[in-house]
Design a protein around this ligand. Structure first.
Ligand SMILES: Cc1ncc(COP(=O)(O)O)c(C=O)c1O
Length: 439
């Protein structure tokens, strides 16, 4: 710690804001949540402390990265031990830690398939690779993606992202979008079949008819926690495979037990994907992503080199191994199921008392409330979302504004959230909603 202190970090909010404004590029400084800046200094499990020592419940899990808890002692000590021994070992040399992690990840996936892993530095890199893998394996270019899906900041990942605010000009093509099966405000209303019919129509009209695949978040995250209705993932896989394509599950937000009932979101529908993309929670905050694919599907990629400098970095992979161990030992998935159900019930109760809440949804610890101007028109209410969000800060709650209209508050906390926390979250939200209404 002495050495770090010697770096003379100025922790004041004012100085940090000034430095950011002066030295960050616009592209990095735009994405700030609150009207007034905030500096976090410390985290422990589901809690965060700002530079003044105020405690917050982190319902955002630092953007779903903190899966098993901030600074979880087992994860930190596994990563520290590896960092002190050999911080980095470039992928072309052999190292046992990533190899163990690849084996341990495969063991979490549906049996009867030979699963192989390619480690990346981030989710977007993993998405890029999954897209390249599908195109290489099938020999087809066209991909399907869902509206209101988010897949990352790289050019390829942006090209399949269906939220305008995250798309920059000049991204690559060969992508056709299908309507997301949003059961609250989807264009075909409730149900699964109309959204599957839309996949058929899109393949027939907006592609060459031969496709490389479809990329589906098993539960859409930034889109505002949009669950895939029963039969959608399996139905989509069936249709896409019939057109020569692969089913690619993006589990960057919904994986690692977050949905409570399953380790992987796609398991809710019994579909076995061809390619699975993971990141965020895999490293509990250490940068790591992974593409896990059926062995024969990954095989043709060997014709050319593909090298991520920090992919398979042993320090991040040591953290990844510890995460899997903690999920098992501390029954994290079960906790997500139980506390998630309790929080969902509390949110539904709030909906009965606050007319601004149009919808409450999600499963496990992937939940959202959506604000509307009135319940009949379902017009998204960005202003109320923002006002409640700001008031939540005063209540010691950190969440995220999400959805294509920024009208949802998304809750994806570290999966160690307790039932006691759930009470505090419900009380805090209640107070924030009342304060926002009277302000
Ligand atoms: C569902 C989903 N896929 C992919 C990504 C991209 O991951 P990363 O930010 O690590 O590049 C994200 C990031 O938020 C995500 O939410």
């Amino acid at each position: 710690m002495d050495k770090l202190d010697a770096l003379e970090t100025d922790w004041s909010v004012k100085a940090t804001a000034k430095r950011r404004n002066q030295f960050y590029a616009a592209s990095q400084s735009k994405f700030v949540p609150f009207e007034e800046p905030m500096v976090f200094k410390r985290g422990s499990m589901q809690y965060l402390w700002d530079a003044d020592g105020n405690r917050f419940i982190d319902l955002l899990g630092m953007n779903v990265c903190v899966s098993v808890g901030h600074a979880h002692p087992k994860v930190v000590s596994a990563a520290m031990a590896q960092a002190q021994e050999l911080t980095h070992c470039t992928t072309m040399f052999y190292h046992p830690t990533p190899a163990h992690l690849a084996e341990e990840l495969a063991a979490t996936l549906p049996a009867g398939t030979e699963w192989v892993t390619h480690f990346t530095n981030s989710g977007a890199e993993a998405i890029d690779l999954a897209m390249a893998m599908a195109r290489t394996y099938t020999g087809n270019l066209d991909l399907l993606a869902l509206r209101t899906g988010y897949h990352g900041p790289t050019a390829a990942a942006q090209s399949i992202t269906g939220i305008a605010g995250w798309r920059h000009p000049g991204m690559p093509g060969n992508v056709a979008f299908v309507a997301e099966p949003n059961q609250y405000r989807g264009i075909f209303g409730e149900g699964t079949q109309p959204y599957l019919d839309e996949i058929d129509r899109t393949i027939a009209t907006s592609t060459t008819g031969n496709i490389a695949g479809i990329v589906v978040e098993s539960v859409q995250g930034y889109g505002g926690i949009i669950e895939m209705p029963p039969g959608y993932m399996s139905g989509a896989a069936e249709r896409v495979r019939a057109a020569g394509g692969l089913y690619i599950a993006d589990e960057v937000q919904s994986g690692f037990g977050r949905t409570g009932d399953h380790m992987w979101g796609f398991e809710a529908d019994g579909v076995v994907p061809d390619i699975i993309v993971m990141a965020k929670g895999i490293g509990n905050g250490f940068p790591l992503g992974a593409v896990v694919a059926r062995k024969h599907i990954a095989a043709p990629m060997a014709e050319r080199f593909l090298f991520h400098t920090y992919g398979a970095n042993p320090t991040s992979c040591a953290a990844g191994r510890a995460v899997l161990q903690v999920i098992k030992e501390e029954k994290t998935q079960e906790n997500a199921r139980v506390t998630g159900a309790a929080l969902l019930a509390k949110l539904k109760d709030l909906q009965t008392r606050h007319a601004a809440i149009g919808d409450v949804r999600g499963r496990g610890l992937m939940l959202a409330i959506e604000f509307v101007k009135d319940r009949d028109s379902k017009a998204p209410d960005r202003e109320t979302t923002s006002a409640v969000f700001e008031k939540c800060r005063e209540q010691g709650l950190i969440l995220s504004k999400s959805g294509p209209y920024q009208s949802c508050l998304r809750m994806v906390p570290p999966m160690c959230l307790s039932l006691e926390d759930v009470e505090k979250v419900a009380e805090g939200l209640d107070a924030a909603l009342s304060a926002a209404r009277s302000s």
